[in-house]
Design a binder for this molecule. Structure first.
Ligand SMILES: Nc1ncnc2c1ncn2[C@@H]1O[C@H](COP(=O)(O)OP(=O)(O)OP(=O)(O)O)[C@@H](O)[C@H]1O
Ligand SMILES: CC(C)(CO)[C@@H](O)C(=O)[O-]
Ligand code: BAL
Length: 284
């Protein structure tokens, strides 16, 4: 059975109000489409926790720094809808830009702190774009819970802070990163890797997991992360935008794993920018 598709906020709200009339809970999975098993894991998490699951598909122009990256972003709505039908999602909300940014739209939601550094340093305005569109999706849907991947760990912090500060009554639930069999974090951008680049790509996760193990054993971050950066360069990766050890709870920069931490990186491979992050247990 095909998944229902809503393209306007009115159609979205009509579906939700019908569910509310039946006393049903509603989950939301915001995406930019080009769905893979990482997205489907969020749908499954939603189905396990709520009665009705909405998946949103909106390639948000406000979070791309170049028209080329926006244009190159894969758009596969038909196959996305088929995957969602199989997964059991109840509604695909695929608004056009007018439904999200109508004529005269002039508001930006900006989250200080969590947006700064890492992705925020290399993608200026990206998290303003994320916070603005996610705030709208939260308010348009009125969902009880929203499901986000740990793959975009900094984004999780931004979205959680936004919902908290704007008093939006929604629970933001983090879901583990789904990886390919060789360890590469699933990402819509992976389809743009050449065969040679795809063969090399899992090395990023391997370097991160190796460094995480050493950090959990008490190693100082600075020399270890320098070694990791060099290892990626030697392996054939391009520019390493960042590789940083941060507090899992606050994103504060850490010099060693003195608390539950996250090792986060963004690295270029050809024309594709890979991001990944792994958990680091506190050094005993
Ligand atoms: N491998 C993954 N495991 C778990 N969640 C994921 C994974 N990849 C993406 N997600 C989550 O899916 C949601 C939608 O992300 P998005 O549509 O940008 O997909 P993406 O694969 O991250 O694409 P991109 O190439 O833009 O990073 C986000 O909450 C994101 O964290
Ligand atoms: C959350 C999101 C759908 C907002 O456009 C996007 O940043 C993404 O796909 O992670
Ligand atoms: N996966 C986060 C959305 C983005 O990179 O634009």
């Amino acid at each position: 059975m095909a998944v229902s598709i809503a393209r306007t906020v009115q159609a979205l709200r009509a579906a939700v109000s019908g569910w509310r009339a039946e006393g049903l809970s509603v989950g939301l999975v915001p995406t930019m489409g080009a769905l893979h098993d990482g997205h489907i894991s969020l749908v499954r998490a939603g189905l396990a926790r709520t009665d009705r699951v909405i998946v949103t598909l909106f390639v948000n122009p406000k979070q791309f720094n170049s028209p080329a990256d926006l244009a190159a972003y894969p758009r596969t709505e038909e196959s996305d809808a088929a995957k969602l039908a199989v997964a059991g999602a109840h509604l695909l909300y695929a608004p056009d830009a007018e439904a999200i940014y109508p004529q005269g739209f002039s508001t930006t939601v900006s989250v200080d702190g969590a947006s700064e550094g890492m992705e925020g340093a290399f993608r200026p305005g990206h998290f303003d774009g994320v916070a603005t569109v996610v705030a709208k999706l939260f308010l348009q849907s009125g969902a009880d819970c929203a499901f986000f991947g740990e793959k975009d760990f900094q984004q999780l912090h931004v979205v959680r802070r936004m919902a908290h500060d704007l008093d939006i009554a929604i629970e933001v639930i983090a879901c583990p990163t789904v990886r390919e069999a060789d360890g590469l974090a699933m990402s819509s951008r992976n389809v743009r890797l050449s065969p040679e680049e795809r063969a090399l790509a899992p090395r990023l996760a391997a370097v991160l997991f190796d460094a995480a193990e050493k950090l959990a054993a008490g190693a100082a971050a600075a020399p270890l992360l320098a070694d990791a950066r060099n290892a990626l360069g030697r392996a054939g990766f391009g520019a390493v935008d960042y590789i940083e050890l941060r507090s899992q709870a606050t994103l504060a920069t850490l010099e060693r794993a003195s608390e539950p931490a996250r090792l986060l990186a963004a690295v270029w491979l050809g024309e594709v920018r890979l991001i990944d992050n792994v958990a680091v247990a506190p050094a005993s």
